[in-house]
Every structure is written in C-alpha cells, then in structure tokens.
Write a protein that binds this ligand. Structure first.
Ligand code: UD1
Length: 414
C-alpha cells in the first residue's frame, strides 16, 4: 500500500532508470547463445527479476550487481518454460522463439488474461508457423517444433511490439533472411534489433519492413539499456499535475516528442536538453485531445497518467485508445477521487475538475497505478493506493524518487 498526502508542488531533478521494456527482450536474447551477454543500466524491477528467474530456470547462469547483468552458459536449454513465470508477465512469452530456434522444440504456457483487455498472441504464432515451426495448442500451452527455422516474409496486421520482437529473436537463428512487414518501431524494438546485430545477426530497417539476416551461431555482446521513456513521461506528468518543475535526467528526449507536444498544448512549459527534459507548471492544465498510436505516436502506456493530468484540466478532453480495446483500469478509481470521466467504447471523455480528492483506491496494472499516484500527488488530502506490487513491476524506487522531488509518499504494509 502506498500512502500519499497530496498538494505539494514537485520540484527538482530525477534520474531515469533503464527501460523495462528494453531490458526484458534483451535478457531473453541471451537464450540465443551460450556466450556471455553483458547488459548495463538494468533497472531493479519485479518484471526484470521474473525475466532473470525465467532464463535461470531454462539453464542460464546469471549474475546481477550494480545495474549490470551478466548472463552466460546454457549449451543445452530446458525447452519447457515454467507456466507460473510465464503467467506472471506477458513478456515471458518471448522465450518461445529463441527456444524453438535453439532446441528445436518448446513448450510455453499462454500468457493468459490481464487487466488491459484481451491480448492475444496470434501474430506471434502465425509468424513462427510462417518460419516453419509446427505450432499446436494443448491444455493452455503452446507446443512448437521445428528441425530448423527458415527465413521468410511475414506481414503483421498491427505493428505489435511483442510479435516483432518474437520474430526478430527467432529470425536471428533462422536460415536466410526474415522480413517483417509492418513491424513495430518502438525504441525498445529498435534496441533489440541493435543488440541482435551486435550478436551477429544484422538487422536492417526499411520504410515498411525490418529485415534480419539469420546466423547459425550467435556470439555474446555488451550492451547498455536505453532510458525508460515511460518512466520519464510519468515524472514529467508528476511535475505538470502538481504545477511544479521537474527535470528528468539521463532521459532520451528523442523518444518523448508526442508527450512533449501534448504537455505544451496543455499549457506546460517544456525545455529539452541533450539528455534531459524539464517541465514546468501549469497552474491548471488546459484540456487537450489525443489518441494513442504505435510509436512515434502517443504511447498507450502514458495514456492513464495523461488522463490523470487532464482530470484536473480546464475544459473537456477526448482521448481515443487505439492500441488496446479496454485499457481503462484507472477510470473507476479516478472517479472515486472526484474525476469526471465517461467511457464509450474506446473513447474517454474527461470533464476537468478543479480539485481531485484523496481516496482509498486500487491499482489494477502498472500504468493505471501510475495514474493513481499522479492523481494522489495533486489531490486534496490523503490517498491510499493498494495493488502497489504492480508499480514495483515497472517503477524503480518510485517512492524514493518522488520524495526526493518533495512529495509526501510512504510505503506501508497492508
Ligand atoms: C508492449 C509493451 C507494453 C505496451 C505495448 C504497446 C513490453 C514488455 N510491453 O506490449 O508496455 O503497452 O507494447 O505499446 O514491451 N495483439 C494481437 N495479437 C498478437 C499480439 C498483439 O492482437 O499476437 C494486439 C494486442 O492485443 C494489442 C496490440 O496488438 O491490442 C498491441 O500489442 P503489442 O504491441 O503486442 O503489445 P505487447 O508487446 O504485449
């Protein structure tokens, strides 16, 4: 449980951690080779711990100290991923491609439901089948077999982050070229492509596709994880919602233009440096409309925190969620805090209120949790936010970082 006494303007600097969503596929890339992989700037997060546990269970050795992760070994990997670890975190499903490519077979449980609405894995399975794997579903698990994977061209009906990563990972050890048409271009995907290139499977981006040249054996690599753009965005929004001034350090401004644009329209003053972004104010935000969209569009992971900001804006904002059918776990608790929000299909209409009020609320996923933390920072009175293990999945030292900015935040045992 997190307790927050709202009303303080956040002021100061906050150092952004390595990106969770870049660290996870990089850790799974270690399955492609027994050679050592060294990853720097790895954030201490529950999801990263789950990924480490998973590669260990599959046969890798791991050493993790001071943000540096060394992963090596595993000449033979266990081709069966423990269901409990896969179901804890959807990204675990990414072990499927590397396991089939290395071991010729794999069994990985379906990631199961989650709080963002239905999230199927059909693109992953269709793509692996196109690469020549025999894919079957038995008792809630995917069984895949392939003597070898054969590069081919795969079209994605939506630029899915996970499916693009899955196919790059599998394509790295496939024979010949694997071409993904309509790939995701999120910075985390581009980073995975850069890592695979360093490991010996060169990746090339073209206008509508990404092409990976498979390689019989991959080598190790040493790689630094990019800054977490979603964490950076969350702290910038924390500055904006409290009418304060927050500078996100060790960030990558190039990844944040969609947010910077909407923050400016909302009346905040945004300054950008080579590796930092600073936001100031406004006293009260102005309403802005936006829609979530694959990168470089407005990231769906910042939709809930942005909705928290707009909940106290002057005027009515219309938000269209185009990436997920139902990513609205933050709406009900925000209503309890005094927000006025209407949901129709995938559209949210937010009627800004002057003041939010503290309440006892429950986080249902990482980013819904972030939205509630932001609302609580700006609200009158005390809020209690349950379900904070979700926050620990995605935000390194959240309470500590917020306190350093002047927030009144306490972590409490339930
Ligand atoms: C990744 C991110 C997550 C982010 C999301 C969208 C990680 C670990 N997680 O999730 O934080 O919110 O990208 O930017 O990187 N879809 C299908 N079939 C599939 C795969 C996806 O229909 O086989 C749909 C999903 O249901 C969703 C949309 O495609 O509606 C986007 O999902 P996707 O880009 O795959 O998200 P993830 O990789 O799961």
């Amino acid at each position: 449980m997190i307790r927050i006494l709202g009303g303080n303007r956040l002021q100061g600097e906050v150092r952004i951690s390595g990106a969770k969503n870049a660290a996870l596929p990089a850790i799974f890339a270690s399955l492609l080779t027994p050679e050592p992989l060294i990853l720097r700037n790895v954030p201490r997060l529950l999801d990263v711990e789950t990924a480490v546990e998973l590669v260990r269970a599959l046969g890798k050795e791991v050493h993790w100290e001071n943000g540096i992760l060394r992963i090596w070994g595993g000449e033979e990997l266990c081709p069966e991923a423990p269901a409990e670890l896969v179901q804890r975190m959807r990204a675990s499903f990414l072990v499927l491609g590397p396991l089939v490519a290395r071991m010729g077979r794999a069994r990985v449980a379906l990631p199961g439901g989650c709080a963002l609405g239905p999230r199927p894995v059909d693109f992953h399975l269709h793509g692996l089948a196109r690469l020549g794997a025999q894919v079957e579903l038995h008792h809630g698990a995917v069984h895949a077999h392939a003597r070898h994977l054969q590069g081919t061209t795969i079209y994605l009906d939506f630029p899915s982050v996970g499916a693009t990563e899955q196919l790059l990972l599998a394509g790295a050890l496939a024979r010949g070229k694997t071409v993904v048409v309509n790939p995701a271009r999120e910075p985390e995907v581009v980073e995975l492509a850069a890592l695979l290139t360093e490991m010996g499977a060169p990746v090339r981006w073209e206008m509508d596709r990404v092409i990976i040249q498979g390689c019989a054996k991959l080598g190790g690599a040493e790689h630094s994880i990019i800054p977490d753009r979603i964490e950076a965005g969350t702290y910038l929004l924390a500055g904006a919602i409290t009418g304060g001034r927050v500078r996100a350090l060790a960030a990558c401004p190039e990844h944040l233009w969609a947010l910077v644009d909407r923050l400016t329209l909302a009346g905040a003053a945004v300054e950008v440096g080579p590796d930092w972004v600073e936001v100031e104010g406004p006293q009260r935000p102005k309403a802005v409309d936006f829609r979530t969209w694959p990168y470089p569009g407005f990231p769906t992971d910042l939709q809930p925190p942005m909705v928290a900001l707009l909940a106290r804006a002057e005027g009515r904002s219309t938000i269209t969620e185009t990436v997920y059918a139902a990513r609205f776990g933050h709406v009900e608790p925000l209503l309890q805090m005094g927000a006025k929000i209407q949901v129709t299909g995938n559209v949210l209409v937010v009627e800004g209120v002057e003041r939010l009020r503290g309440a006892r609320v429950e986080a249902t996923d990482i980013r819904a949790g972030a939205a509630l933390v932001l609302a609580a920072l700006a609200a009158e009175g005390v809020s209690f936010i349950g379900g904070d293990h979700h926050l620990a999945r995605g935000y390194e030292n959240l309470a500590e970082k917020l306190r350093a900015l002047g927030a009144q935040v306490w972590e409490e045992r339930d």
